[in-house]
Ligand binder design. Structure first.
Ligand code: PTJ
Length: 249
């Protein structure tokens, strides 16, 4: 996939790059057309957030890294938007935390599942889960409920970026620790998450990886302190406040 042909100094560089990747994802059969709409919605929130990582989001990203490092079986869930926007970055995060990667789609087709798995392998993933689909998330209709029994089905901590609210809620009801990346702090997935990360996935995933590398040698007690100190309500309030104030400085 080629990236956008504008200099990194361009004030809209990140936004143009993101659009380009999503468009290329649709052309490659990775991203659904609905993914374009989801991206547009995300962009509007990102604009109001000043297209930056808030201090509260950085704390959420550090807490997410601590959860992933403490987990017995962490899994990173990948959908069509995530695969288009941050495929290599998800592989790096999996490497830094020992997590599995699983493709899990809202608009699931076998063809798209396979294309996304291939795309992730092209970006360095060795084992991509999701195609076996021998597990189910209770309380969801058939297609959306499909998971691998030895992947998300068995996970204690799941990163679910750009998720729809129903599945996020159902995973939380299964007792899994849920780390959500969503630019809308009012979305049901952000509201349900153990750790809501209100940030663009393009910035969020590399920053969780950076925190994970920084915390690699931290003691279990230190990691537990980071998890305990994270205040999800305060993080959601800070993001909502930044959006409502609309102060772009
Ligand atoms: O590939 P599939 O079939 O699994 O479908 C994926 C989409 C994203 C189409 C599907 O899950 C969907 O329709 O999601 P929603 O309900 O539109 O929710 C997506 C959420 O992600 C919204 O709250 C957006 O604001 C948010 N979002 C969009 N782009 C980004 C984002 N959050 C962070 N970074 C982004 N780049």
């Amino acid at each position: 996939m080629t990236d956008v042909d504008v200099p990194e100094s361009h004030p809209r560089y990140e936004s143009l790059l993101t659009r380009h990747r999503i468009e290329a994802g649709v052309e490659k059969g990775i991203t659904s057309k609905q993914g374009l709409i989801a991206q547009g919605r995300g962009e509007a929130y990102d604009y109001l957030l000043g297209e930056r990582t808030l201090g509260s989001a950085d704390q959420a990203e550090r807490a997410a890294a601590a959860h992933l490092l403490l987990a017995d079986h962490p899994v990173l869930s990948v959908n069509g938007n995530v695969a288009a926007l941050v495929p290599g970055e998800m592989v790096e995060l999996a490497d830094a935390t020992g997590a599995d990667i699983e493709v899990n789609l809202f608009n699931r087709t076998q063809e798209r599942m396979e294309r996304i798995a291939d795309h992730l392998r092209e970006h360095g993933a060795e084992d991509v889960k999701g195609l076996t689909a021998d597990g189910r998330i209770p309380g969801l209709d058939h297609e959306r409920a499909k998971v691998d029994a030895d992947g998300i089905g068995d996970a204690d901590v799941v990163l679910v970026p750009l998720e729809d609210g129903d599945r996020a809620e159902a995973l939380a009801e299964m007792g899994k620790t849920e780390l959500v990346v969503d630019l809308n702090p009012l979305s049901r997935s952000a509201q349900t998450a153990t750790v809501p990360i209100v940030d663009n996935i393009i910035r969020a995933v590399p920053n969780v990886t950076a925190h994970a590398r920084d915390l690699q040698d931290a003691s279990e007690a230190d990691l537990r302190d980071i998890v305990a100190a994270f205040d999800r309500e305060a993080a959601l309030d800070a993001a909502e406040d930044a959006i409502r104030r609309g102060d772009l400085d």
